[in-house]
Write a protein that binds this ligand. Structure first.
Ligand code: J2J
Length: 556
């Protein structure tokens, strides 16, 4: 396994293979297999910035992925090279993803809202050789971002741009995709590059725990195991149509079951450019979508859309909620309004997942986040003393299994904190288990804000606020929000005679080029922070304080 990654113990890896959890396929193999079984079936629908509307059969998709893979080899990319992929939901994401997987290069899954603060760090930490971007998206200039990332990243040689026009100093994805490949030697070359299924396939990013984002190395074997079991749980088959309306780079939309699961089963993937109700409903009707995944904020927006009745949404069989807790009332409304089934998912980029099953009783589907994904998952709920909590009580979820990574990439020290010596990943999430084994999320131990499924590390934002010369100390906490679930609130202590408003603070933070979703949405200037008995800032008290303030403001 790539240096800097933690392999599974040999004996366990052999057991996962012997028991069929790991099938020794690569991500490229599953595309090839579906193309052999269903050459003419629709594989991918999406809007390309290069060619306009694309509708690829499996035969087309494999051809484009292969062509691009060969062109990337010609360009000089090699197995295990890291390629930061920051493309939105466009067909080129899919072509490039499979092309990289086929040559054993590793896509690094940055999200479109990430900025220099995030991408620069990740590109350097991964020692990326290439970086793929759109030229612009929602008014943001990615070419300028790429120039900045390049300046900071000595390893970065190629910037690949998904655009019709060429840009100086970059490689045009349009050109790479259009150049014909007829050479049979090239095909042998591709075959020779087929990666070892035990090798790293994809770098995911951690959902913002402490400090900087960490890189999660998934192998072909563990990532495909995740999509296969997840697809089974929602009844995905070659007749399914999956709507990706959240960024397809995110683990939920890529691997649980997501794009991987759809390709594995020969299903159709439809890429929505955004999660607006109009866009989503048009696509559900036109493409006869059967399965959609979403964070609760998106579901709330869909339910409240006044134009909903204009669309025929009867093809929808399952809406899978995850990333944030779906409350039972919301779940009930999903089922009544859309006439489909709800499935709950509790998951994370590190690969541990729980979910409800299609045939679970209604109260399990509405009230819990289900059970672990595979029979080989081992989980425990642990107290502060590191021991299992008594049955029925809340504890931190620790887990290991055939889909759960054993360590972050190049993070020896942080790995010692995040994984126990037996390889259990400590999620930082607090859960409860009922007597039938169903788990319910009850809170969080880690210092993170979950804003509509987008994760914000409090520590990362605090450090940036702290670098403001007016500021003595800062503490960022979650405040409740009816639509976003949580938003972030900054408590700040200022130097004497200084003033600071939310707008000024956010202008300062934006100058640091951080992703917009990380900006605090409320600022409280205080004289000092409440402390715990251990003399640490009591974030719990701050969370209570802001929640009480919001309650009072609601009443007025
Ligand atoms: C409460 N909190 C949840 C839920 C995740 C499937 C689904 C989600 C993710 C994801 C994912 C939650 N209720 N139902 O990768 O494959 C919070 C937890 C968790 C963190 C992980 C997937 N589902 N969470 O959200 O890596 O705090 O993955 O540890 O972005 O989201 O975030 P992330």
């Amino acid at each position: 396994m790539l240096e800097g990654c933690t392999p599974w113990p040999k004996e366990l890896a052999e057991r996962y293979i012997a028991q069929g959890y790991w099938e020794n396929f690569t991500i490229g193999d599953i595309l090839d297999r579906s193309a052999r079984h269903f050459p003419d079936r629709e594989a991918l629908v999406g809007m390309s910035p290069i060619t306009g509307q694309e509708r690829d059969s499996y035969r087309d998709l494999v051809k484009k992925a292969d062509r691009l893979a060969l062109r990337l080899l010609r360009l000089g990319l090699k197995p295990l090279d890291r390629v930061v992929l920051q493309l939105p939901n466009i067909p080129e994401f899919v072509y490039l993803y499979f092309a990289l997987c086929k040559i054993g290069a590793i896509p690094v899954m940055c999200l479109p809202p990430h900025r220099l603060n995030e991408v620069g760090y990740i590109a350097r930490h991964a020692a990326a050789r290439a970086y793929a971007i759109p030229s612009e998206l929602r008014g943001f200039d990615y070419l300028k971002l790429a120039a900045d990332v390049r300046r900071q990243t000595p390893s970065l040689e190629f910037v690949l741009v998904a655009d019709r026009n060429p840009f100086p100093g970059t490689v045009s994805l349009a050109r790479l995709l259009e150049e014909p490949v007829e050479d049979t030697c090239d095909r042998d070359l591709l075959q020779a590059c087929r990666p070892d299924p035990m090798e790293v396939a994809v770098f995911q990013l951690s959902g913002g725990t402490t400090g900087r984002q960490k890189i999660i190395p998934h192998t072909h074997n563990d990532y495909l195991c995740c999509c296969r079991f997840s697809a089974f749980m929602v009844g995905m088959t070659s007749y399914s149509a999956f709507l990706a309306s959240a960024p397809v780079a995110h683990n939920f939309s890529l691997a649980a079951p997501g794009l991987n699961g759809a390709i594995y089963n020969g299903a159709k993937t439809v890429l929505a450019q955004n999660a607006d109700p109009e866009t989503v409903m048009q696509l559900v009707e036109a493409e006869k979508i059967t399965y959609a995944n979403a964070v609760p904020t998106m579901i709330i927006n869909w339910l409240n859309h006044p134009g909903r009745e204009r669309y025929d949404l009867s093809s929808l069989e399952v809406i899978a909620g995850g990333g944030f807790k779906v409350n039972p009332e919301l779940g009930r409304r999903v089922q009544e309004t859309f006439g489909c089934r709800l499935q709950q998912n509790f998951g994370m980029g590190e690969g541990l997942h729980t979910c409800t099953r299609m045939d679970d009783p209604q109260e399990v589907i509405l009230q819990t986040q289900g059970r672990p994904l595979t029979p080989a998952d081992e989980i425990k709920l642990v107290g502060d003393d590191g021991l299992k909590v008594p049955a029925g009580e809340t504890g931190e979820l620790w887990g290991r299994g055939p889909t759960v990574v054993r360590g972050y990439y190049r993070e020896e020290e942080r790995n010692r904190e995040a994984f126990d010596p037996e390889g259990f990943y400590k999620t930082g999430d607090m859960l409860r288990r009922d007597d039938r084994g169903n788990l319910t999320v009850a809170g969080r131990k880690k210092d993170m804000i979950n804003r509509a499924g987008e994760k914000i590390s409090a520590e990362e934002v605090e450090n940036l606020i702290f670098s403001n010369p007016k500021v003595i100390n800062a503490a960022v906490v979650a405040m409740p929000d009816p639509i976003y679930g949580e938003k972030s609130c900054a408590y700040v202590i200022l130097r004497s005679n200084e003033t600071l408003g939310l707008e000024e603070l956010n202008t300062f933070l934006l100058e640091k080029q951080i992703a917009k979703f990380k900006l605090p949405e409320r600022l409280e200037i205080v004289e000092n922070f409440p402390l715990t008995s251990m003399a640490k800032v009591s974030k719990e008290e701050l969370r209570r304080d802001v929640a009480a303030k919001l309650d009072r403001e609601k009443v007025v």
